[in-house]
Ligand binder design. Structure first.
Ligand SMILES: Nc1nc2c(c(=O)[nH]1)N=C([C@H](O)[C@H](O)COP(=O)(O)OP(=O)(O)OP(=O)(O)O)CN2
Length: 136
C-alpha cells in the first residue's frame, strides 16, 4: 500500500453565517467570519490517494491525471469564486472548511475509484494555522 498526494491552491471568498439566523446570532457564534461583507482565504487543498504500485509503470496513479481531475471537478469551480454564492456543491451548506472537505471528498471519490486507486484523505488549509482532514 502506498500513498501519494497532490496539492492544489485556490482562493475564494466566503462568510460563516446561517441565513436563518440574525446578524447578531451569527456574529455570536462565528465572530468576524460572519462579517456580511465577506472575506477571502488562500486555500491549500491536499488530495491523498492510496493503492498498489503498478509494476509496469511504477505509478500508483499518474499525478498529471490526478491534477487534471482535481482541477476540472473542484478548482475550476471554486477558484476566485464565492463559496456561499457561486459554488453549486456548497449550495445550502455552511461554508466551513469541514463542509468543504466533505464536499470535495464526495466529488473526487468516484473519479479516484475509476482509476483503481482509493481516496484516502482530503486535507484543506484555510489559513496557515487552520486545516481540516477528512478520511470519508
Ligand atoms: N471549525 C471551524 N472553525 C472555524 C472555521 C472553520 O472553517 N471551521 N473558519 C474560521 C474562519 O473562516 C477562519 O479560518 C479563521 O480565520 P482566522 O481566525 O483569521 O485564522 P488565522 O489562522 O489567520 O488566525 P490566527 O489568529 O493567526 O490564528 C473560523 N473558525
Amino acid at each position: 500500500m502506498i500513498y501519494i498526494t497532490r496539492r492544489e491552491s485556490f482562493n475564494a471568498a466566503h462568510k460563516l453565517a446561517r441565513p436563518d439566523w440574525t446578524e447578531d446570532e451569527n456574529t455570536a457564534v462565528f465572530g468576524k467570519c460572519a462579517n456580511p461583507n465577506w472575506h477571502g482565504h488562500n486555500y491549500q487543498l491536499y488530495v491523498t490517494v492510496k493503492g498498489e504500485v503498478n509494476p509496469e509503470t511504477g505509478f500508483l496513479v499518474d499525478l498529471k491525471w490526478l491534477k487534471q481531475v482535481i482541477n476540472t471537478h473542484v478548482i475550476d469551480k471554486v477558484d476566485h469564486r464565492n463559496l456561499n454564492l457561486d459554488v453549486d456543491f456548497m449550495k445550502g451548506k455552511l461554508a466551513s472548511t469541514e463542509n468543504l472537505a466533505i464536499a470535495v471528498w464526495d466529488i473526487l471519490k468516484p473519479h479516484v475509484n475509476e482509476s483503481g486507486a482509493e481516496l484516502h484523505c482530503i486535507k484543506i488549509y484555510e489559513t496557515d494555522n487552520n486545516y481540516v482532514e477528512y478520511f470519508g
